[in-house]
Design a protein around this ligand. Structure first.
Ligand SMILES: CCCCCCC/C=C/C(=O)SCCNC(=O)CCNC(=O)[C@H](O)C(C)(C)COP(=O)(O)OP(=O)(O)OC[C@H]1O[C@@H](n2cnc3c(N)ncnc32)[C@H](O)[C@@H]1OP(=O)(O)O
Length: 300
């Protein structure tokens, strides 16, 4: 495709390049007007904005498993950008509208049997999602209400704070190695920044999916709460974070994340080419096909 779908959408919606988003003026506190709620939705995400609190909730609604398809990633970025540019919004809670699944990670069908152009477009969209979320000026809280492998885990790791439902059946982790693929350096860097090098090293090599209690023990999630309390707890955490002046928090976040962000920004095209040559290998395609078959067999 001549121009990536994401770029087209961004041209349509007037989204700012990433670097400019960083230089944006600090957010103003919401005006003391009566409580106002606004909602907008597309095929993949539902956003509800509580203007009086300055907090949006973004719910993933792409059944059966909220896989991160090109369409999902595009809609996600557009919704995030809308909130980023909305002065009434200072924080966003990410959660799922699909029972038991937060997100099943990158849509494997987008990485199987497609053209080089498609792989490039898809990977740019994955990069864009991470760059925008990791550099967001808003407070970002992941309310992880279901399993969250690989790319789903990356979304949670990219937020400022993670709260997970304490259901031991829910698992989370960067399990790429189990699929015979390798998490790229910016997945790894994000993971290391949350759990530390030692835990990340073994967890990544083993492609571990951690149960909710184990994820809490290794610091992958910040707290566990009963599922029915997840929404209230995420709101309470958000209020705590929003009690601080935005400019101080935003500058601190930028300082903490800049090196990791800059690394991908500086090597973006190289990273796309690396993805294409890796994913196009017949051995990798075979691994992914076998993995998909295994998922189907598990059902029957
Ligand atoms: C140099 C760069 C190298 C490349 C780097 C690439 C980085 C990759 C990152 C990724 O995110 S790869 C994706 C990893 N994801 C997984 O391993 C999750 C796989 N899925 C599951 O474990 C389970 O589906 C689940 C999420 C735990 C849910 O289980 P449940 O029993 O509720 O549902 P299923 O019956 O298994 O699935 C329903 C339906 O959805 C399909 N599906 C599941 N996950 C994906 C996916 N990630 N992509 C595409 N499709 C997926 C599954 O096959 C079923 O389909 P049908 O059989 O109904 O057609």
């Amino acid at each position: 495709m001549a121009a990536p779908a994401l770029a087209r959408c961004m041209a349509r919606t007037g989204v700012l390049p990433l670097g400019q988003a960083w230089g944006r003026a600090p957010r103003l506190p919401p005006s003391p007007l009566p409580a106002q709620r606004r909602a907008f939705s597309n095929n993949k995400v539902l956003v509800e904005l509580d203007e009086s609190a300055g907090v949006a909730t973004m719910k993933f609604k792409s059944p059966p498993v909220n896989s991160l398809s090109l369409d999902f990633l595009t809609e996600f970025c557009i919704s995030l950008e809308k909130l980023e540019n909305d002065r009434a919004c200072r924080g966003v809670i990410l959660t799922s509208a699909v029972p038991k699944i937060f997100s099943s990670g990158l849509d494997i069908t987008e990485m199987c049997g497609k053209s080089t152009e498609h792989y490039a477009e898809f990977w740019r969209a994955v990069q864009e999602m991470w760059l925008r979320l990791y550099s967001s000026n808003m407070v970002t809280v992941a309310a992880v209400n279901g399993s969250s492998p690989a790319g789903g885990c990356l979304i949670a790791l990219t937020c400022d704070y993670r709260i997970m439902a304490e259901n031991p059946k829910f698992s989370i982790g960067l399990n790429e190695a189990q699929l015979g693929i390798v998490a790229p350096f910016w997945f790894k860097d994000t993971f290391v920044n949350v759990v530390g090098h030692r835990v990340a090293e073994s967890s990544l090599q083993l492609g571990s999916l951690h149960s909710a209690p184990e994820a809490h023990r290794i610091g992958l999630v910040d707290e566990l709460v009963p599922e029915e309390k997840l929404k209230d707890r995420a709101t309470a955490v958000m209020q705590q974070w929003l009690a601080l002046p935005d400019h101080a928090r935003q500058l601190t976040k930028t300082m903490m994340r800049k090196a990791v962000l800059d690394r991908l920004v500086a090597h973006r095209e190289e990273d796309v080419q690396n993805f294409i040559s890796f994913i196009s290998k017949e051995s990798i395609q075979k691994s992914l096909r076998m993995y998909m078959e295994m998922l189907k067999k598990k059902k029957s």
